[in-house]
Ligand binder design. Sequence first.
Ligand SMILES: [Zn+2]
Ligand SMILES: [Zn+2]
Length: 371
Amino acid sequence: MRRLIRWMPAICVACEGPAAPAPSDPPDDTFGGLWLGIDLHLHSTHSDDAPDNPIPELLDVARARGLDAFVLTDHDNHVDGEITTWADPDLEVDDLIVLFGVELTTATGHANLFSATPWDHPALYALRDGPGAALAAEAHRQGLHLSANHPLNGDPWEFGFDIGLDSMEVWNALFPFPTDNQPSLALWDARMEQGQRLPGRGGSDCHHQTGIEAAGLNVGNPTTWIVSEDRTAEALLAGLAAGHASVTYAPTAERILLRADADGDGISEVLMGDTIPATGDPIVLRIDLDQIPEAQVGAERTITVLRNGVVWQTRQTPDTTLHLQDTPPAGERTWYRVEVHGETVEAPAGLSGLYGPMIGLTNPIHVGFDG
Ligand SMILES: [Zn+2]
Ligand SMILES: [Zn+2]
């Protein structure tokens, strides 16, 4: 049963910006769903550049690291759009939620397609030379989730960002390595500045189980955690499309939940990814971290809230629940998203330097956005 909670004024210490209400309600799991963890960008031996990434081994890594769901996003260009991955009997498992996926691999950008069921991929492959709007229209006609990959690094996305993308990969592989993902976050913020709601996600782009790359990166680096209504592929994809998701550098690392109370009843009913009207009334953001690694219990992390793409508030704290109050202006667009920085202790031994300090990030809560 839900409780009504009175907010008490508090003195803000070690922070910038306005005072926050006291953290009077304890962490809870009544956030409208359950967490499903998945690596949304993975290659197998069905890609021409991942000969040492056999499906059984990838599934074992996903299981061992505690992921709930699994998808392969093999390239489609070396097989002229005739996907071989889906018919592989190794994918017939019942202990993980298995999505259907492909990395549409073109000369002007890569995009992952996701679905709970197979689709007519040659129809999409035929549209690989653009324009992007036709590609998106066909993807949506077939009920697919279209997600731009590594939009600025490697093979940049040149189909445009206003074509009806369902999400964008804002975190590809390790956050600062092999290429910096920070510009992708800046691009993401710029899209929101234009009023676009574009869910962000991660993906390891893992290609190998042997060699130097495998030593530093594997299934779940990073993991996208999706708030889902139930343990099905359909619910997972609905949560992703809604932006009910956060990304963290490893499956066993801190997981971040951003919510808000927009009606003053003490219940954080607004979930990251959601939009609320710009009424001019105050809102209280609530940030919860769970799944704290043992070595990080009691350790300080830096929790940063960005408002409209710039740092609004920063806390250096071991706390795992924060409340922050703001009054977004009436009739204007405002968005809030969270980044958590600190020690990346769940990186492979000796390699946390490659991971940098980015622990994780959330999708935004939008105020005054359409839809
Ligand atoms: Zn790619
Ligand atoms: Zn890829």
